[in-house]
Write a protein that binds this ligand. Structure first.
Ligand SMILES: CC(C)(COP(=O)(O)OP(=O)(O)OC[C@H]1O[C@@H](n2cnc3c(N)ncnc32)[C@H](O)[C@@H]1OP(=O)(O)O)[C@@H](O)C(=O)NCCC(=O)NCCS
Length: 154
């Protein structure tokens, strides 16, 4: 499948917000993506395109030598085709090229599909934030990829 990965633009935000809304019980407000693109200097926002559509989106915060995946979602019509994986790796490799040495993220304790993706690429459980998600008091699992140098392209 032909997938291209590029930086997000403001024009992408309505579609990115739609993917977010389809993917999460607590989606970000649309203005949050605008803020990430225009006002947050640590933010790196990416999309994956397939068949002329935005198929997935990712926001990463690069704080000194740490990359924090703030959000990642693939449109339901494009899932399980390797797109989220390619997007995540591209964003992390770019962060590594900017000086990131390790990566972190939080994931719902019940989100086994996402955890499988992260574990496939070396993330390990580093801790639990109890009752982190306010809609159902679900725990967040903090995951850590200690050495970004080991990350391989998909
Ligand atoms: C998690 C998510 C981003 C994965 O995106 P995707 O494009 O469907 O994932 P990929 O096709 O690239 O999957 C790559 C790997 O992840 C794992 N994976 C992805 N979805 C999975 C699922 N539903 N069940 C089990 N493993 C899964 C597999 O290891 C897969 O590799 P494989 O195909 O070699 O087995 C997507 O399911 C999604 O948007 N979910 C809703 C939002 C969300 O939970 N985001 C993560 C928040 S922390």
């Amino acid at each position: 499948m032909n997938v291209s990965i590029r930086l997000m633009t403001l024009e992408d935000v309505p579609t990115v917000h739609e993917i977010d809304t389809l993917s999460f019980r607590l989606p970000w407000p649309e203005r949050s993506f605008c803020f990430e693109l225009t006002e947050n200097p640590v933010s790196r926002c990416w999309v994956a395109e397939s068949s002329g559509c935005i198929a997935a989106m990712l926001v990463l915060w690069l704080i000194v030598d740490e990359a924090h995946i703030a959000t990642l979602a693939t449109h339901p019509d494009f899932r399980q085709q390797g797109i989220g994986e390619r997007l995540m790796i591209a964003a992390l490799v770019s962060a590594r090229n900017e000086g990131a040495a390790r990566a972190f993220l939080e994931v719902r304790a019940g989100n086994s599909g996402a955890m499988t993706l992260y574990e496939k690429h070396g993330f390990v459980v580093a801790g639990v934030r109890p009752r982190y998600y306010k809609d159902n008091n679900e725990d967040a699992i903090l995951m850590d990829l200690e050495d970004l140098n080991g990350l391989e392209a998909a």
